[in-house]
Design a protein around this ligand. Sequence first.
Ligand code: ZN
Ligand code: ZN
Length: 247
Amino acid sequence: MRLQFIGSGDAFGSGGRLNTCFHVTGRSCDFLIDCGASSVIGLKRLGIDVNAIQTLFITHFHADHFGGVPFFMLESQFFSKRTQPLLIVGPKGLPDWYERVMETSFPGSSKTKPKFELTLIEMEPGETRSIAGVEARAFQAEHGHPGGGGPFFALRLTAEGKSVAYTGDSEWTEGLAEAGRHADLFVAEAYFFDKKVKFHLDLDTLERHLPEIAPKRLVLTHMSDDMLKRIGTLPYETAQDGLVVEF
Ligand SMILES: [Zn+2]
Ligand SMILES: [Zn+2]
């Protein structure tokens, strides 16, 4: 399996990085984890065939994780001329959020029926679903009031015998350990180095829990300037836009 960071940034353009979007491919699976506002730009910059993407797995409805959906949909309809079905998987409330983000971005677009089959799949925390060759498990993340862009997920996705887990945006909670435990690849938010803020994860806190998570490989993402200025001095792999990780 292969994961390429399309976007490894936060919501604020820190370091000039694009919003969260990871492209995961294997022998037969092809999916995105999150689709932040800049995702289509990032995918095109890297020459990725957007029509081959089968599923968008969404951790939460903030624009830096979900705001790329309208661009993805319109690009698929009018430029790539997609015919293959598309699945979007996210927390409960996905159909409402889908309509809201489409209408806000391109008024009228939520009423335009795409020429391909679109299926929206809502998941609950603790649920496991088999979706287009991927076993998806959702875990409760702690990223604020559910009305503020949630519910919030950490995700663990297993395909072709390999597992990739992603914390999403979250302060420390047991669900992050469950999601990442012994994962072949664990992509974790490290928003700050050691500063504690509500609803986000800092490296110091993550580090204290690493022994119980024990991922086979760890890559840090969603870093603010506080973290980006320390890159090169950290004993961990850090994401950057375009980085490819084989796992
Ligand atoms: Zn975010
Ligand atoms: Zn967020």
